[in-house]
Design a binder for this molecule. Structure first.
Ligand code: NIG
Ligand code: FE
Length: 420
């Protein structure tokens, strides 16, 4: 048992856990001042205010079997739920970064055989063990930055064997790190060079070969498609979603990053759990989302890194939609899994207020990866995945001080994570 005491503010506490937060509600945040949290068997067992705690708290505090952690006036947050990443990849792509600085666009780089295909070539030459070792480092990097739950996609394999290799690495990360991990099969991430002009045949391969293989080994929780201009069409996307759904794989789509691609509507039609990116979102897309349970997920790190337009977050929230924020950690369009910086981009670039970004990286992030019952808030019975900040004035300071590392301690599954 573990007792965290002297918490200046316990952020995102819930008596009755919500599954998601939408519209105006997103600007509300429940905070307990001067608080404690009790952790038992890796789960949150209780919380309260230090000054209002009576006999029960005193008995607990003097119980020699309970380990104490003094938050020392820091804040306690539920760990970030990063619902969209590609953190299993090989190598890096800083050479393309320089091409971008010199003026090439993301799509031009992709057309020249760079981009996703570049990472695929590297990954195909990398052994499963080496890929695991590289990815493990990234997993620990995000743990130390406060992430406690993460969704990871395949999509740099692009052959049956290499997609399976990626998904096995994700499974190994599930088994060997304290993170909550969900995996998505993204065979339709880019068209391999050898299928140029034969997109339908590649989609056939995804539908007829890859999906049954992935499902047969139980390697994925969700299915993803890059539904966008120059990548996969709505028709391809619907075929893949339909095939995935038959195996119980629910959609989590890349949609409307480069154009009004129809991806949002396709996701809604197939009851996708989330549609992600959404830089090109107009009233029609908002109306489709309003009629659905699909979580609109914004990835401002990608628009920032690529120097592109941002999605209309304010319009979406004001229309009554929920919004989740995720990092998109990947080598080509967002080489960072820093969710605190994503919060800052949410405030600075998407004009969301701090309460909205906190809801977007906690409760709504958890929903967008299907872990809302076990993560995303400080509620009794949820996993004790938390981080303690250094002493700061208030939660608004976290997205404001965009370059400072403010995380003091990380607790996952009720255990302190050793930073060294
Ligand atoms: O989410 N948009 C598609 N896929 C990734 C980029 C992957 C890459 O460039 O390697 C994304 O931005
Ligand atoms: Fe992505």
């Amino acid at each position: 048992m573990l007792l965290i005491k002297n918490i200046k503010k316990l952020v995102q506490v819930e008596e009755v856990p919500r599954i998601r937060v939408a519209g105006k509600e997103m600007a509300n945040l429940s905070v307990l001042e001067n608080a404690w949290v009790l952790i038992k068997n890796g789960l949150i067992a209780g919380f309260g205010r230090m000054d209002e705690s009576g006999e029960e708290y005193r008995t607990m505090a003097s119980n020699g079997n309970i380990e104490h952690v003094d938050a020392g006036g820091g804040l306690v947050f539920p760990s970030f739920c990063d619902s969209h990443t590609h953190l299993v990849y090989s190598g890096s792509r800083e050479i393309e970064y320089i091409d971008k600085i010199r003026g090439l666009s993301y799509e031009e780089i992709a057309r020249r055989g760079g981009g996703i295909l570049n990472s695929a070539k590297l990954l195909q030459q990398t052994s499963e063990d080496e890929l695991y070792n590289q990815s493990l480092q990234r997993a620990w990097e995000i743990i130390m930055m406060g992430t406690g739950a993460v969704e990871i996609k395949s999509g740099y394999g692009l052959t049956p064997e290499d997609e399976i290799k990626m998904l096995r690495v994700i499974r190994r990360l599930k088994e060997t790190t304290p993170l909550i991990i969900r995996s998505s099969f993204l065979g339709a991430h880019a068209l391999p060079a050898e299928y140029k002009g034969r997109r339908k045949e590649y989609v056939d391969l995804v539908v007829n070969r890859m999906i049954p293989m992935v499902a047969g080994e139980n390697l994925a929780d969700y299915i993803d498609v890059f539904c966008d201009r120059g990548f996969f069409s709505v028709e391809d996307t619907e075929r893949i979603l339909e095939a995935g759904n038959k195996y119980g794989l629910r959609g989590k789509l890349h949609a409307n990053e480069l154009d009004y691609s129809g991806g949002i509507q396709a996701g809604v039609k197939f009851k996708a759990l989330s549609v992600d990116h959404l830089e090109f979102t107009g009233q029609k897309e908002i109306d489709a989302l309003l009629s659905s349970d699909t979580m609109p997920t914004l990835l401002p790190g990608a628009a920032f890194f690529l120097g592109m337009d941002y999605p209309p977050a304010r319009k979406m929230i004001e229309a009554g939609l929920p919004v989740a924020l995720a990092s998109d950690y990947n080598p080509g369009s967002s080489p960072s899994g820093n969710m605190k910086f994503i919060m800052s981009l949410g405030c600075i670039k998407l004009r969301m207020v701090p309460e909205e970004v906190i809801n977007a990286v906690s409760v709504n992030g958890a929903y967008a990866m299907g872990v809302e019952k076990i993560a995303g808030s400080v509620a009794k019975g949820k996993k004790a995945n938390l981080f303690i900040t250094k002493p700061v004035p208030g939660y608004e300071f976290i997205p404001y001080a965009y370059g400072s590392n403010l995380i003091d301690k990380v607790i996952l599954n009720g255990k302190k994570v050793d930073f060294n």
